[in-house]
Design a protein around this ligand. Structure first.
Ligand code: UD1
Ligand code: CA
Length: 447
């Protein structure tokens, strides 16, 4: 069955107290909206329609990032969830298939849950995602008639008896797209909130002789973000889920609760991660690599058997080859280390290429920026860069070449050559003792 996602994301998110539209606040390094869209990706939707309001331009960009074909429609005034869903109607005109309504601020719904809803459409015209709430609070309540859903009553409109119901509405609804739009159009706003409720479509459907059913999920999946505290709670839940998935996939973590993963972190089996490692977006780590404590990685790839850290920083464009080593207090940006290359201590390597087995001594810096432009440094296979070498880019050090410690390399070094670029040492015999005696005498001190 072809499927369309309709993602409601027009709300202002006032309680976030933010300039940024609520659905663009990040969770695991990706906007909430992207999580909502990706939870529906398992259904291979033919259409993704995002209903935007506040900050529509930025919301559109994020939607297209998450789903390149996403279409964005504007809801100028937030008149309720039925009104919001209806904004998608022109986009879905003639679309023959199901529509699933999701909320852009509800990022934790699992793809399996949406698949269960799609499957339940075999038995019902409309399927609603419900959950047993520990504290039903102000959620809409699902009024059941045995296995069948009768109607949804919003908290504000519910009787005391209805408020006693603990089976609540998550907001996710699935139905044939044309049916959904027809029913949403029929929803009025004669209720306590004066809003067009999407939840009204259940009673309207039943009156039309259609059937409605409920699929339930864990309450944790339906966590919606309205405040910064809820955003933090959602992040904690996301991290717990991502860590558990990594452990299941064969990753070793001695203190998983201290490791922070991003929405797209890709860790192979037998990767080892020490405590206090932070993954920004866009990291993949191959089998057998070891990420040591307190390292920070973002936008990089780590080859099999490589060792990173402790206290290493890998920035976007770092490509670390098999068995390469990046040690403590080393920063790598937009640079490739081929197999077995080593940068073990206190160095900055940016806009560079290090051939296989190259060894970079402590305190080496690629001076890649002249204040206007970035320049590249090439280091050949098997080269040995002496400690405290400044490589003033653009510059090339040949294969199996060496640089003397403390050199400032401004010209290319041929293959196999040794470059020494520092002042020659001058020893003055006895001079230190004489100097010291003079200084002490001047200060009026003995010895
Ligand atoms: C809604 C449901 C309620 C359910 C709850 C779950 C209705 C009438 N009620 O209530 O049964 O228990 O979600 O969290 O649907 N939005 C728009 N445009 C609008 C209105 C809302 O885009 O005009 C978006 C919001 O940004 C939000 C989502 O739709 O992402 C839900 O809207 P919200 O006002 O939070 O609905 P609730 O009152 O929480
Ligand atoms: Ca809400």
């Amino acid at each position: 069955m072809p499927t369309a996602l309709i993602v409601l994301a027009a709300g202002a998110g006032t309680r976030m107290r933010s300039e940024r539209p609520k659905v663009l606040h990040p969770l695991g390094g990706a906007p909430l909206l992207a999580h909502a869209i990706r939870s529906g990706a398992g259904l291979a939707p033919e259409r993704v329609v995002v209903v935007a309001g506040h900050g529509a331009e930025a919301v559109s960009a994020a939607a297209r990032d998450a789903a390149p074909g996403a279409e964005v429609v504007l809801q100028h005034e937030q008149l309720g969830t039925a009104h919001a869903a209806l904004q998608a109607a022109p986009m879905l005109d003639g679309f023959a298939g199901d529509a699933i309504v999701l909320y852009g601020d509800t990022p934790l719904i699992r793809p399996q849950t949406l698949a269960a809803m799609a499957a339940a459409r075999a038995d019902h015209d409309i399927v609603v995602l419900g959950f047993e709430a520990a504290d039903p609070g102000r959620y809409g309540r699902l009024v059941m008639d045995g296995e069948r859903l009768e109607r949804i009553v919003e908290f504000k409109d519910a009787t005391a008896a209805e408020r006693g119901i603990t089976l609540c509405n998550s907001g996710v609804i699935c139905a044939d797209a044309a049916t959904l739009m027809r029913l949403a159009r029929a929803a009025g706003n004669d209720n306590a909130a004066g809003e067009y409720y999407l939840t009204d479509i259940i009673a309207l459907a039943r009156a039309d002789g259609l059937s409605a059913g409920v699929v339930t999920c864990d309450e944790a999946e339906t966590l919606g973000v309205n405040t910064r505290a809820q955003l933090a709670a959602a992040e904690a839940a996301f991290q717990a889920r991502a860590r558990a998935a990594a452990l299941d996939a064969g990753v070793t973590m001695t203190a998983p609760e201290t490791v922070y993963l991003a929405h797209d972190t890709a860790l192979a089996a037998d990767v080892e991660i020490e405590p206090h490692v932070i993954f920004g977006p866009g990291v993949s780590v191959a089998a057998g690599a070891r990420i040591r404590g307190f390292s920070h990685l973002e936008g990089c790839t780590i080859g099999p058997g490589a060792v990173i850290g402790p206290q290493a920083r890998l920035r976007p464009g770092a490509r670390i080859g098999a068995t390469a080593r990046v040690g403590n207090f080393v920063e790598i940006k937009n640079a490739a280390l081929e197999k077995g290359a080593k940068v073990n201590h206190l160095s900055y390597v940016g806009d560079a290429h290090l051939g296989a087995g190259a060894n970079i001594g402590a305190g080496t810096v690629t001076c890649n920026y002249d204040g206007v432009s970035k320049h590249r440094t090439e280091i050949g296979a098997g080269a040995f860069i002496g400690s405290d070498t400044m490589l003033v880019a653009p510059v090339r050090v040949g294969a199996e070449a060496m640089t003397g410690s403390g050199s400032v390399i401004t010209r290319d070094v041929p293959d196999g050559a040794l470059a020494v670029a520092r002042a020659r040492q001058d020893n003055k015999p006895g001079f230190a003792r004489k100097l010291m005696a003079r200084l002490r005498a001047a200060a009026g001190k003995e010895n």
